[in-house]
Design a protein around this ligand. Structure first.
Ligand code: FAD
Ligand code: NAI
Length: 467
């Protein structure tokens, strides 16, 4: 261990480990501190990766149960949840090992234990057992991520009342699953368990699902989820859960108050958001400032108010997304190494990995209206896309919003098959300041789902071909 590291990163989620790798590439002697027993943070251990494995596996189960016969494949699928959970764990293990490898390859020291900043440049690392180790560093990046937001009066036991962490670990398909919160976690994990046989009801405080997502896309997506069998109670709140009986009894009231009703469930998933995680970091001692929502306050260079202490990822403001954390990690490492790191917050894609997927980048119609920006809209449904028709995956549409005066792409929103992959051409167009015409004039391979993006771009100028 060197006397002083150039950089110590606390937390090894996608923000922290990527920051460490970039710093090592730039020649900084770097270490990471992680209090879990494995690297990779929320995303790799209990977030993005295991949820995507279960979404993939449960989608395959649903296809085998309902779609295969239409394709001419006769099977009688039987769910083996234990093996499905093992499949998920294999994906997690593979990814976590990958981060181990990256640390070794880049000669980054890994210190397991909880990191506490005792003074600027000084960190103490406490393992579960034994004495704390003291580490010194010229620069510290805090990348401690986020934790589950709790609902007052509802205690999460991770067995019957679960957060996303418990919902990824269920050993039995619940007969009835009540989801609190129609956000990303509620809809992704609600989809997993519905596909595997649960009767799923989602209770949402607001009068719409997926706040922040383009309203037209969200409405269409809700209709598709309802068609699949998911039930929604919008404009409603859970005010308490009676856990005394064999089944849980949740009391639900209209958000604005009124007559209560009871919904019974075997499992309740609390998915009402996540909160920044700063516990035990010693921020009070060193005087690092937080904002009104408990996030670490940072300047344009990810600097906190204390010299040499930076913060990135879920623990600071902005969307709580792995790729946002990664890009901030790269930018912070570059800034610390004296380069010009930068993240374009106007072009951070957002994907929901359900079936169909939902993906968006840039501004929504609601945001453009609120900002008084004149825009044109081009839409194209997957029902008119050759590949979608061939695969019988025709749900959804592509919507492109372009500046009315300049045709510059301002936002792209997709609900449909592989939306998460399709969105990247929109992101790249926006990074280059491109126009709808640029997408429309780019030759897209046939037959691909990406032709729906091209057609939506043509539709901005009212000249879609296949409509
Ligand atoms: P984290 O990944 O939370 O990592 C922080 C790390 O810091 C943790 O390992 C923690 O143990 C460690 N730590 C905390 N305090 C200390 C300390 N004092 N000392 C040492 N170590 C410490 N995002 C997407 O973009 N796509 C998805 O598909 C997606 N799916 C998700 C699914 C679920 C169920 C959940 C819960 C989240 C999902 N997210 C997804 C969000 C994503 O996981 C986060 O945005 C991302 O992990 C944030 O990265 P981070 O590096 O800021 O923090
Ligand atoms: P979220 O912020 O996406 O959704 C929470 C939902 O709960 C909102 O619709 C909100 O209005 C509602 N809500 C809040 N309080 C409520 C109450 N008392 N009763 C009923 N509804 C209530 O949060 P979620 O789904 O927990 O996810 C947390 C974070 O994790 C998200 O910010 C997301 O960025 C990230 N994530 C990303 C994924 C992805 O990129 N595919 C997947 C899963 C999580």
């Amino acid at each position: 261990m060197p006397d002083t590291y150039d950089l110590v990163v606390i937390g090894t989620g996608p923000g922290g480990y990527v920051c460490a790798v970039r710093a090592a590439q730039l020649g900084l002697k770097t270490a990471v501190i992680e209090k879990r027993s494995t690297l990779g943070g929320t995303c790799l251990n209990i977030g993005c990766i295991p949820s995507k494995s279960l979404l993939y596996a449960s989608h395959a189960f649903e296809d085998a149960s309902h779609k295969f016969k239409d394709i001419g494949i006769g099977v009688s699928p039987k769910l083996d949840l234990k093996t499905m959970q093992a499949f998920k764990q294999k994906g997690v293990d593979g990814n976590v090992k990958g981060v181990d490898f990256l640390m070794k390859k880049n000669k980054i020291d890994v210190h397991y234990g909880a990191g506490t900043i005792t003074a600027p440049g000084k960190i103490s690392v406490q393992r579960e057992k034994g004495n704390a180790t003291e580490i010194t560093a010229r620069n510290i990046v805090i990348a401690t991520g986020s934790d589950v937001a709790r609902l007052k009066g509802v205690e999460i036991d991770e067995k019957r009342i679960v957060s996303s962490t418990g919902a990824l670990e269920l050993s039995k398909v619940p007969g009835k699953l009540l989801v609190i919160g129609a956000g990303v976690i509620g809809l992704e994990l609600g989809s997993v368990w519905r596909r595997l046989g649960a009767d799923v009801t989602v209770v949402e405080f607001l009068d719409r699902i997926l706040p922040g997502m383009d309203g037209e896309i969200a409405r269409q997506f809700q209709r598709l989820l309802e068609k699949q069998g998911m039930a929604f109670k919008l404009g409603s709140k859970v005010t308490g859960i009676d856990t005394s009986g064999k089944t849980l009894k949740a009391t639900i009231e209209p958000a604005s108050g009124g007559k209560a009703e009871t919904i019974e469930a075997d499992v309740v998933l609390v998915a009402i958001g996540r909160v920044p995680y700063t516990e035990g970091l010693g921020l009070d001692t060193v005087g690092v400032q937080l904002d009104e929502r408990g996030r670490i306050k940072t300047g344009a260079h990810y600097n906190t108010n204390i010299d040499g202490i930076y913060a990135i990822g879920d623990v600071i403001a902005g969307p709580m997304l792995a790729h946002k954390a990664e890009d901030e990690g790269i930018a912070a490492a570059e800034i610390i190494a004296g380069k010009a790191g930068h993240v374009n917050y106007g072009v951070i894609p957002n994907v929901i990995y359900t079936y169909p997927e939902v993906a968006s980048v840039g501004q929504t119609e609601e945001e453009l209206k609120a900002a008084g920006i004149a825009y044109t809209v081009g839409k194209f449904p997957f029902t008119a896309n050759g590949r979608a028709k061939a695969n019988d995956t025709t749900e959804g549409f592509v919507k492109i919003l372009a500046d009315a005066a300049t045709d510059k792409v301002l936002g792209v929103h997709i609900v449909g098959p592989e939306a998460g992959t399709l969105i990247t051409e929109a992101s790249i167009t926006m990074e280059f300041g491109g126009s709808a015409e640029d997408i429309a004039r780019t030759c897209h391979p046939h037959p691909t789902l990406s032709e729906a993006v091209k057609e939506a771009a043509l539709a901005v100028d009212k000249r879609a071909i296949h409509m």
